[in-house]
Design a protein around this ligand. Sequence first.
Ligand SMILES: Nc1ncnc2c1ncn2[C@@H]1O[C@H](COP(=O)(O)OP(=O)(O)OP(=O)(O)O)[C@@H](O)[C@H]1O
Ligand SMILES: [Mg+2]
Length: 221
Amino acid sequence: MNQPLAAMKTYLAGARVLLQRGRSEEALSSFQRIDDLLDRMGVITRQLKSYARKGGEAFEAVDLRAAFSSALGMMEPQLRNRTIRLTRNVPRYPVMVYCDRIRLEQVIINLLRNAIDATKSVKEPLIEIRISAGAHAYLSVRDNGPGVSDMEKLFEPFFTTKKPGEGTGLGLAISSGIVSDFGGRLTAHNLSGDDGTGAVFEVELPLHQPGNEARKPQAAA
Ligand SMILES: Nc1ncnc2c1ncn2[C@@H]1O[C@H](COP(=O)(O)OP(=O)(O)OP(=O)(O)O)[C@@H](O)[C@H]1O
Ligand SMILES: [Mg+2]
């Protein structure tokens, strides 16, 4: 289900009809569903609040390697709970981007969390992180899970294959919004054949050149 509000209206209308016909037992079960949906919306609201920034953007020069390290640090408890092999391919030199560091870390945390979830039923779970610099700055997260089941809907708000309470389907919708606010893009593809199985998510951001701040997205906001 991807529209809690619409679903709630449907259950409410159903409950009304059931009550009018004196079928109160069935009406009660509709109310229970509405109650569950309200819980779910509570989770969504909390998540949205955690993404919202109070004092507006705080753009600065950020080393992608440092943002990744601190995002990984925050995911350590979840990673320690499972025996996931984590490989990283990070250059020795800084990979500078110009953005709001906290929000960039939120994007990375989201990708890591999705990768951890995706490898839940994999025998030898593997997550591979790569950071590189070329025409742009790149950070990719690869896992050896089953891959994305629906590429078309992937970035749509409320698209989730997780059970209620385990996912709201907002992670990627918000993350891709954040990355485009930074003048970059978030893409995904599945692996197949010799490349193995799983999904790869890539964050692409403009490389930061000192002195270029005036042309960065923050100036337009
Ligand atoms: N690494 C991945 N491998 C396979 N499927 C994925 C992966 N990442 C995301 N998906 C699919 O995309 C859906 C949407 O992901 P998204 O992060 O937006 O929401 P979510 O993880 O379900 O919930 P949350 O709002 O808590 O992040 C997931 O439910 C899953 O079906
Ligand atoms: Mg997610």
